[in-house]
Design a protein around this ligand. Structure first.
Ligand SMILES: O=C(O)CCC(=O)C(=O)O
Ligand SMILES: [Fe+2]
Length: 337
């Protein structure tokens, strides 16, 4: 008889449910993806990802497949757009009250008092017509206003989408699922890309409410691939409520778990609160890509994340309905009527 086996050995299926602790992190781990396509190393990488997703909800990746030139071209295009007069930029604002198109330069309401945040952003989704709750077309600035804007953003978008698709099998392995678990759930995955500009705020500058917030504390959707420039300002909250700096590390992306993966894993994976405060006095640019599954996927808790001690916490909803209700909450303040 196996001497390690005893009566209190948990059923294998409950192992993930038991991993969740309220331990507080002080640092965000860096995970090296150099060997991610080597089958012998994938398990090791998936274990590191699991650890990061359970205990932090954030990790950096280095040796990722996205070329620097793709990032630089897209960020440069974004900066050229943000330099345009406000009236030109406003031509790209969608009618958010009906969610018919997705390009926006409105600050979303991560601020709980509904005042909007101190940043501007340009969003795009799939450059094609699709059916479903988030169907719509992108609104681009004209070639005369920003030459090659669309080409530069889409080149980055396509590279980041491919990268995001390659992360799903690693998340599946991290959850002790077959690595193709997400394949039939990501045939037309949600992927909203945003270029963000946080205008310089002098370190001492505060608004009337004493607020110097670039983007208020919030959580994301499913998971996010974030590129940030060298300015800094992103902070992540640990279980003690302490804000930990996600310092910029050249050549890395920040990956963070959002609410959909948290629901799916019955909160075994953590959707961690984060915010940006740009006190550098310099312009800050960043580029998140919010990844999701197909919109018709039901967010049913993964069985290994449910146990008698950790019963299912959330009602089952589809990913599309969930995204739409989150967007409505975020943009309610921006409705004309
Ligand atoms: O600008 C950043 O570093 C983070 C942006 C962010 O959290 C978001 O857009 O959801
Ligand atoms: Fe975020």
């Amino acid at each position: 008889m196996d001497p390690h086996l005893n009566i209190s050995t948990p059923a294998p299926g409950f192992l993930l449910a038991q991993q969740r602790t309220e331990s507080s992190f002080e640092q965000i781990p860096i995970i090296d993806l150099a060997d991610a396509s080597d089958p012998a190393k994938r398990r090791e990488i998936a274990d590191l990802i699991r650890d990061a997703c359970v205990n932090v909800g954030f990790f950096y990746v280095k040796n990722h497949p996205i070329a620097d030139s793709r990032v630089n071209d897209a960020i440069r295009a974004g900066a050229e757009f943000f330099e345009l007069p406000i009236a030109t930029k406003l031509k790209c604002v969608a009618n958010t009250s009906h969610l018919v198109a997705r390009s926006r330069i409105l600050g979303e309401n991560a601020d709980s008092a509904g005042r909007g945040d101190l940043h501007e952003g340009f969003d795009i989704g799939w450059e094609s017509e699709r059916e479903g709750p988030m169907a719509g077309t992108n609104i681009w600035p004209s070639e005369a206003d920003v030459p090659d804007f669309k080409a530069r953003l889409l080149a980055y978008y396509q590279a980041a989408v491919q990268f995001g698709l390659s992360l799903f099998p690693l998340f599946a392995l991290a959850l002790d699922l077959p690595d193709n678990f997400f394949d039939d759930k990501t045939t037309t995955p949600a992927a909203i890309m945003r270029v963000l500009h946080y205008p310089p705020q002098q370190p001492t500058t505060v608004d009337d409410d004493g607020r110097v917030i670039g983007i208020g504390a919030h959580t994301d959707g499913c998971f996010t691939i974030l590129w940030q420039d060298a300015v800094g300002g992103l902070q992540v909250q640990n279980a003690d409520g302490k804000w930990i700096d996600a310092v910029p590390i050249p050549g890395t992306f920040v990956i963070n778990i959002g609410d959909q993966l948290a629901r799916w894993t019955n909160d075994v994976f953590t959707s961690t609160l984060h915010r940006v405060t740009n006190r550098s006095g310099r312009e800050r640019y960043s580029m998140p890509l919010f990844f999701g599954t197909d919109y018709d996927v039901r967010l049913e808790p993964i069985q290994s994340c449910v146990s008698p001690d950790r019963p299912a916490k959330y009602e089952v909803v589809t990913a599309g309905d969930y995204v739409q209700s989150r967007l409505q909450e975020s943009y309610n303040h921006a409705k004309a009527d």
